[in-house]
Write a protein that binds this ligand. Structure first.
Ligand code: PLP
Length: 390
């Protein structure tokens, strides 16, 4: 292992050299079932031939110009994302944290334009918004923040899932400009709020003139069985951020906005050298095209429901298993104890899983996973969890 990498990750001792669908192959040719998908990134699975072909062609034509010029593929991607989401305008960047930075800047500028010179954004406990200074400050996890103080100010925190806690803030703060929330928390342990939560937040934001900003970096692009998780509710956000699944592994993020929020940024207020270049936009456009053509939203819903149902059957009565929950292909199995060791146990069985929030096994496989592959996954995982708890 090279001594020349900064020690930001405790890496598993395996390197993959090739992939096909939900399968990854290591340097020895051993085959692993991938229920992580590069952390909810590889929705089309690995080595998708249509994506590979589109990227090869684009790389040969033109990889990068600059946002100093028009970029037709970026315009097409903005049109497509707005058509799918009901939003009006898009800003393109290169990661989830950057997309949220754009949203935070947008909300602050929105406030300043209204004469609020110390704007505050409501954020949630157990949230995750990224690793840059502003986004780690918005994040509701002390482990992410510790050592990086002074944090960026201007965030007010309430419990996730409690819309009335947000409503109560209006009485005590006259500087709130926005609510930033994940529709379902991913890093926070696959937390799914009660039905109606987003709709209630929408109403509270409308009552107070606040922006509803959804971090769909993990839940967007089909992960939950709809294009965007907010589409399980009745409302539209003012701002939505995307990244992970958008480019199938080619770095691309987006901050979309609607209505007044879409008019906040004017030339010079924000930018990105790489953001929305022809190569990245080809990756995103092709991802969206293949997802629609191959019915991956329906597949995520069906296969996700099968996994949850099967794991509930196999683990529901097992002591130590608190809950199996999910929506589409983001699934959490909450145990009553820390279970990070399960990751290495699974690796030994040639299965890639992730543990988040200490005690939640998170499954975020490629959206192309078939029912048979899902059955393999549930068989292996149920046995592993049973062995871990006994
Ligand atoms: C992963 C994630 C981010 C950060 O994305 P990066 O691309 O790692 O910067 C932000 N928000 C949510 C909800 C995420 O899951």
């Amino acid at each position: 292992m090279s001594q020349h990498l900064m020690q930001t990750y405790a890496r598993q001792p395996v390197a993959f050299v090739r992939g096909e669908g939900v399968w990854l192959y290591d340097e020895n040719g051993d085959k692993y079932l991938d229920a992580v998908a590069g952390v909810a990134v590889a929705g089309l699975g690995h080595g998708h031939p249509v994506l590979a072909q589109a990227l090869c062609e684009q790389a040969g034509q033109l990889i990068h110009t600059s946002n100093l010029y028009r970029i037709p593929k970026q315009e097409a991607l903005a049109d497509r994302l707005c058509a799918l989401s009901g939003m009006d305008r898009a800003f393109f960047c290169n990661s989830g944290a950057e997309a949220n930075e754009a949203a935070i800047k947008l909300a602050r500028l929105f406030g300043h334009n209204k004469g609020i010179d110390n704007p505050a954004i409501v954020v949630m406990e157990k949230s995750f918004h990224g690793r840059t200074l502003a986004t780690l400050s918005a994040t509701g996890n002390r482990k992410v923040q510790a050592g990086f103080e002074p944090l960026v100010s201007g965030f007010v925190r309430v419990p996730f899932g409690d819309a009335e806690a947000v409503a109560r803030l209006a009485a005590h703060h006259n500087n709130i400009v926005a609510v930033l929330v994940e529709p379902y928390q991913g890093e926070g342990g696959v937390q799914i709020p009660e039905a109606g939560y987003l709709d209630r937040l929408r109403a509270i934001c409308d009552d107070n003139g606040w922006l509803l900003m959804l971090d769909e970096v993990q839940t967007g692009i089909g992960r939950t069985g709809k294009w965007f998780a907010f589409q399980h509710s009745q409302c539209l956000p003012d701002v939505m951020t995307l990244a992970k699944g958008l480019g199938s592994g080619v770095p691309v993020g987006a901050c979309l906005a609607r209505g007044a929020a879409a008019e906040v940024f004017t030339p010079g207020k924000h930018g990105s050298t790489f953001g929305g270049n022809p190569f990245a936009c080809t990756a995103a456009l092709t991802t969206l095209e293949v997802m629609a053509k191959d019915g991956l939203l329906d597949n995520a819903r069906e296969v996700g429901a099968f996994i949850v149902e099967t794991l509930k059957k196999e683990l529901g009565q097992v002591a130590g298993v608190r809950e199996v929950r999910g929506q589409g292909l983001i699934i959490g199995i909450e145990l009553d104890r820390p279970c990070g060791d399960l990751v290495m146990m699974a690796l030994a069985e040639k299965l890639l899983i992730n543990v988040t929030s200490d005690n939640v096994v998170r499954l975020i496989p490629p959206l192309v996973m078939t029912r048979d592959e899902a059955a393999l996954l549930t068989d292996k995982l149920a046995a592993l969890i049973w062995a871990f708890l006994n």
